[in-house]
Design a protein around this ligand. Sequence first.
Ligand code: NAD
Ligand code: UDP
Length: 347
Amino acid sequence: MVDSLKILITGGAGYIGSHACVVAAEAGYEPVVLDSLINSNPIAIQRVGDIIGEKPVLEVGDVNDRAFLDQVFKRHQFAAVIHMAGLKAVGESTEQALRYYSNNVGGAMALCEAMAAHGVGNLIFSSSATVYGDAAEMPVSEAAPRSATNPYGMSKLMVEHILEDQVKADQHTQQHFWNIACLRYFNPVGAHPSGKIGEDPRNIPNNLAPYIAQVAVGKREQVSVFGDTYTTIDGTGVRDYIHVMDLVDGHIAALNYLLKRESGFSAWNLGTGKGYSVLQMIAAFEAACGKPIPHQIMDKRSGDIAECWADASKALSDLGWRATRDLEEMVADAWRWQENNPDGFGQ
Ligand code: NAD
Ligand code: UDP
């Protein structure tokens, strides 16, 4: 029997993937997770099961392993794939460029080959606002020029180009097989409101929100604020922070859209359209946890841009999706997760 509602979520044990499993199940899909667990903990999948009432199937293996992919695609008949598996630390990517290209670009190619071999053409790819580089105009729309300043960003951009070319080739040959969406995430923060799943960085957090949360819970001493001389509201960097639940809702909207379309390529920004500074983020966390968060102004981080926020109107007009959760809700949910799980999933 064809199980048309099964969705493969690569990287589904990770921060965003675990939340995607929850909303996919709630939307009536059956999520199957493929993850090497290189940056995640299988307890996350257990917790997803606690939330949705049934633990998703977890296929442990590498997305670069074609033989393993073939086994997974033989075991399950998927309606679509959400490809989130990837390495994501910008700093690390500048030191391990080959590893990033091999994992992120090689992984996407192996996955596409397996999808083609098994007749699955619907694909959602986790891209990033980093593909806009240092955009000249804000808010940044999907039509803005793309560039990358580090191997992580370049790996996302390369996969976008590969997927776009794949759809073009498909159209030239009138096959109409590939049906692809690149979702360009802005800055996901927050957690499921249950406090059962959330972001659990393995080492020192690279991103602002988990760093602030770890200072708030007493795991780290103070937040380093990377520069206060940008031409922004208070001199600190401005980003478009989006609640992870809004972000994953955007995937369901994109999935529903793809499943109604025969083939094609689309890119959508997933952001709120609003930017907040580092100091505004710290103040919001202080309000949520009811205590001061020690912080110190430091030098700018190399490669950082001053500000970035989304023009999110295309996702609204095409998908009927927009972010609905405000900053207060983002930090309240991030804090609930961190306070309930000071050591994350415990590793
Ligand atoms: P994450 O590290 O929590 O999740 C990624 C998951 O992929 C992990 O569970 C990891 O074990 C798995 N993985 C990595 N390489 C793999 C491989 N070769 N085979 C199988 N599994 C593999 O990261 P996240 O924040 O949940 O990000 C998910 C996706 O979204 C990534 O592709 C990331 O680049 C992208 N993204 C994230 C952000 C962000 O700020 N978190 C922003 C833009 C885009
Ligand atoms: N940032 C900071 N201290 C940190 C981490 C980040 O001041 O410990 C700043 C960073 O300079 C940027 C913003 O917070 O202005 C968001 O950084 P993050 O790394 O979370 O996202 P990205 O820069 O990739 O958008």
